[in-house]
Design a binder for this molecule. Structure first.
Ligand code: SAH
Ligand code: SF4
Length: 328
């Protein structure tokens, strides 16, 4: 898809054409300008040549049919992953990538192992959502939630991610409510600060994954720069400014961060979050080589240990593991 020249191609046309074109792209979700039947034929041809709408992608569907991973080809030949998770008929979540690869190299993360290629443009981020919005529209469905939990660190690509979110949120765009859009970060403190003062009510999730700096550094090299202390301090500013509840993501890795003492250590750390507007989301680790996932029993015990300390805990449902679509 290539919308860069849309405004210039339409600049010689009457003003309403741009509005009609946006309606065709974001609401009618056309994939070829020939479907814009309210446009003169010559204009449709010109638009097809200069502002193509096709999205090159390969689909992988999980055995249960609840997750679809699309491998989207960008114009420079690089590929990114986008995942659609269907929880029942009316909750469709799209997991978007923000970068090609990721510079942080977390040891448990498949993206981290790829190294970093480049940031995605706002158009490339929106294109991922449009891809699945088209798929869903065929079944009279739509995207209800967007999470930035695909490839890359969204807060290292702040401007483009926020520009994309504005389009996703726009009533004349995909019209996805800000409260249904979430950014997940490894803890980029400067980005959390910026998020706190921007006006849209989007959600924030923090990939914490360990209760102490010593342990966290072993799997997250970026902890040297973004320590737990720096993150907690910035979260407190964020919470005081926004009053919006955050999600603490915690990957359950076998015999690494999953015993009862560690749950208690985590509870102590979380007690420093003030105001205490958070809940913990336990994530079953998807195999990427190095580690093993905690057993269901260990996850349950960990959850109970946190509950005992008065902490609300949810568990991330495993989607599409067979297509490696369950994030990371
Ligand atoms: N860079 C951001 C967002 C992308 S990762 C971040 O790290 O938060 C999105 C989520 O998937 C993060 O919580 C990340 O820790 C998690 N993840 C990474 N690798 C995973 C794996 N192998 N199994 C399960 N979750 C994983
Ligand atoms: Fe990057 Fe997030 Fe993966 Fe770490 S977990 S390497 S920050 S995408």
């Amino acid at each position: 898809m290539n919308l860069e020249k849309l405004e210039s191609v339409l600049s010689q046309e009457p003003k309403f054409r741009l509005k009609q074109a946006r309606q065709a792209i974001f609401i009618d979700l056309i994939n070829n300008w020939n479907q814009a039947t309210n446009f003169p034929l010559a204009l449709r041809e010109k638009l097809n040549q200069e502002c193509g709408l096709e999205i090159g992608a390969e689909n992988l569907i999980s055995r249960e049919g609840d997750a679809t991973k699309a491998l989207i080809s960008l114009r420079d030949g690089l590929k990114i992953e986008t995942v659609l998770l269907e929880h029942g008929a009316w909750r469709n979540t799209v997991c978007l990538s923000s970068q090609v690869g990721c510079p942080f190299g977390c040891l448990f993360c498949a993206t981290g192992k790829m190294g970093f290629q480049r940031n995605l443009t706002d158009a490339e981020i929106v294109e991922q959502a449009i891809y699945f919005a088209r798929v869903l529209k065929r079944e009279d469905k739509q995207i209800n939630n967007v999470v930035f939990m695909g490839m890359g660190e969204p807060l290292l690509n702040y401007e483009n991610v926020m520009d994309a979110i504005k389009i996703l949120n726009d009533k004349n765009g995909l019209n996805i409510g800000a409260r249904h859009i979430s950014i997940s970060t490894i803890g980029v403190v400067s980005g959390i600060k910026k998020l706190a003062s921007q006006p849209l009510q989007i959600n924030l999730a923090i990939s914490l994954h360990a209760p102490s700096n010593d342990l966290r550094e072993k799997i997250i090299p970026a902890n040297k720069k973004y320590s737990l202390d720096a993150i907690v301090e910035e979260l407190n500013n964020y919470l005081q400014q926004t009053g919006r509840r955050i999600m603490i993501e915690y990957l359950m890795i076998d015999k690494f961060n999953d015993d009862k003492e560690q749950a208690e250590e985590l509870a102590l750390l979380l007690r420093r979050i003030d105001p205490p507007l958070y809940f913990v989301n336990l994530i079953a680790y998807n195999l990427t080589g190095e580690f093993k996932s905690s057993s269901a029993k260990t996850i349950k015990d960990f959850k109970l240990a946190l509950n005992k300390q008065g902490i609300e805990v949810t568990e991330r449902y495993r989607f599409g593991q067979d297509i490696k679509a369950a994030c990371g």
